[in-house]
Design a protein. Sequence first.
Length: 361
Amino acid sequence: MKNKLNSAVVKTDNEKFAENYNEENDDELNGLYSHYEIVKKNINANYRNLPEYKSYRNLWRETAVNHIKTEFPLHLDIEITSYCNLACPMCPRTHRVEMGQWQNKMMKFEIFKKIIDEGSAKGLKAINLNNFGESFFNKNLIKMISYAKSKGVLDVMLHTNGTVMDEKLAEEVINSGLDRIIFSLDSISKELYEKIRVNAKFEDTVEKVRLFHKIKKKLNAYKPVIRVSMVRMKENDHEAKEFENFWGPYADEVTYTDYRNQDGLDKEDRYARLKKENKSYSCPALWQRLTINATGEVTACCRDAGKRLTLGKMGNESLTEIWNGKSLDVARNLHEAKKAYEIDACNGCDHIRGHILPEEN
């Protein structure tokens, strides 16, 4: 009897790791996501303490570092609309629109439901409800969040420019079960903000983000976690510290994301930090996630606005078949062989190409 009791409380290495694991201090994992930095973290998000959530984040690390392929991706980027009201100069969507190579589409709830039904039955843990579009334009947004949570998706998040929100919608989002909301804002000065976030009004956006924080506090809600994010570029790099101070009182997290010429179409040099070329880079996304575009194409990368590494299309085959299909396996093999640069969509990525300075004459 004594032995049985002792064995019942002995924890596996995985359980111990999940209990103590802190992604922010994981140099091996952070090395794969070196473009991202949290500068403020003050979260009372109880769901992150659940054993199932910690187990998921443990698996998230293992798939990335050790290239473990699960039955189904742990995470899906689901572009519920490809429409956006802004024209940010660093965004691949802006360039594609200018070139006449962009299609505005709205994902129907029936398609979203089909995605969640398949994923939740096969190990899907997290979803991001956008890619290059503004999620708040989809009239089924609240319904989509609630459905995903009802099917057991642990981490439901979305990015937003914060311009399309009123008090009623903010309250609905907070009550929907959304786990995280990321406001992409980029500057704390009117002139620079409106230069970067073209078509947005600085005072209006500030008021709406503060309103969201106020309503969350009024409802005594511990989620969604509010993150405010800056794309760090030459134009705004001098504001980085003040950005943290300005938004700190209204956010659980403040983060910086290094500028990346995601689709290779931006002709401006916006880099604030220099990186070395890294042709041996092996992207963790190939073992963690898929992107489902509003137009139906399924791509390997959420940054592939040109859909150069399209793996399949919704309606033609299941996501499980795409995830386990030949096209993605070929990409994985090239990354493991340190030949990711042979893939057009990957060779343009700053993780591989870095910011390579021109040779001095």
